[in-house]
Design a protein around this ligand. Structure first.
Ligand SMILES: Nc1ncnc2c1ncn2[C@@H]1O[C@H](COP(=O)(O)OP(=O)(O)OP(=O)(O)O)[C@@H](O)[C@H]1O
Length: 347
């Protein structure tokens, strides 16, 4: 439904030029929700604005619903944009218009007959749960209600795709959750394809089917959400995930790691495992089979879209051969291991 081919966007020229997007290839399947995630300045806004050509790529091609937008003239592009809705972090409503007036605006601009506009507004008020606020002005609405109006307005011309630019970043967690539920609902009911950008992994985890990680303008990893959260393919992906899951070593552990235990030290290992292999079973197994002494330092279990993800940091205390054998065995069980460093052996 949405396809970016080798999209590059450079701002400015000469020595001051900034390459905000580098050769980005991205495909969003019809009816799916894709989340583009990345740190501030990674290029997320530029990417999403390139989809409807609010930002024109310096190089590369953009397709939406099998139409190459980058090949269209001004008039054809204006028409094509009716098929692409967009919502923003700060809602961008007209303060001088009521909820009804805001929702109907895109249809007025394309000359839709008044009766059809009113009927469409009624449908959208119903869909977004705003019927009782129809005649209110934006100033009287909460943030969540304003975003609902923006969603209704974006859907007015029956778009096939919806672009969401940090749509929940200005909202509190409870309102965020309600707006994400609404987006998932319209995705399913209308078969709407959604591309969103966010710096919040929770948003991706809650509603996305696919995640695309952008770093320094390049798309470094694209994967189904369940795969990304349980097995990121890149170092950037792992760092992002560790930040989110907060299974970074605690400060106390970092101090012990920096004091080190080289020579006589015990490895500290971060384990990531999927499925039903719960931490206690895994530990018992390693202790019984290899005679390894394990000290669990940090652990948690997460449920990501119905899949279990276990994370643990543990000291592996035993002879080097035993540790190597245990690590090899863990890999056969599809448990990822990462040696974070060494600490002094317990006496
Ligand atoms: N109009 C512009 N002129 C010059 N440089 C720009 C412009 N817009 C963005 N940039 C630069 O391009 C890079 C990518 O910016 P972009 O806003 O796309 O990132 P982002 O991931 O959306 O960041 P944030 O989450 O902070 O909005 C940054 O280095 C930014 O400074």
């Amino acid at each position: 439904m949405i396809r970016l081919e080798n999209v590059t966007r450079v701002y400015g020229q000469g020595a001051g030029a900034v390459t905000a997007l580098k050769d980005v290839n991205l495909e969003v399947a019809p009816g799916s929700i894709t989340g583009v995630i990345g740190v501030s300045g990674a290029g997320k806004s530029t990417l999403i604005r390139c989809v409807n050509l609010l930002e024109r790529p310096t190089r590369g091609r953009v397709f939406v619903a099998d139409q190459e937008l980058t090949a269209l003239n001004k008039e054809a592009l204006r028409k094509a944009r009716h098929g692409i809705g967009m919502i923003f972090q700060h809602f961008n409503l007209l303060e001088s218009r009521t909820v009804r007036g805001n929702i109907g605006l895109p249809l007025e601009l394309i000359g839709t007959p008044r009766r059809d506009i009113d009927q469409r507004i009624d449908e959208l008020l119903e869909l977004t749960g705003l019927a009782e606020r129809a005649n209110a002005y934006p100033a009287a609405l909460s943030g969540g209600q304003k975003q609902r109006v923006a969603i209704a307005r974006a859907l007015a011309s029956n778009p096939k795709a919806l672009l969401c630019d940090e749509a929940t970043s200005a909202l509190d967690p409870q309102t965020t959750s309600a707006i994400l539920t609404l987006l998932r609902d319209i995705n399913q009911r209308l078969g709407l394809t959604i591309l969103l950008i966010t710096h919040e992994m929770e948003v991706v985890r809650t509603i996305c089917d696919q995640v695309a990680l952008i770093s320094g303008g390049a798309l470094v990893e694209t994967a189904p959400v369940g795969d990304f959260f349980t097995r990121p393919a890149t170092e950037e992906g792992r760092l992002f995930l560790n930040d989110f899951l907060q299974l970074a070593p605690s400060n106390a552990l970092l101090q012990r790691l920096s004091d080190g235990g080289a020579g006589n030290g015990v490895p500290v290992v971060r384990l990531t495992f999927r499925g039903q292999s719960l931490s206690s079973e895994l530990m018992t197994h390693l202790e019984q089979r290899f005679g390894l002494r394990l000290h669990i330092l940090q652990a948690r279990v997460e449920n990501i879209q119905g899949r279990t993800l276990g994370l643990m940091i543990a000291e592996f205390d035993g002879d080097r051969d035993i540790i190597d054998d245990a690590m090899a065995h863990l890999h056969t069980l599809d448990v990822q291991t990462e040696v974070l460093g060494h600490v002094q052996r317990h006496d």
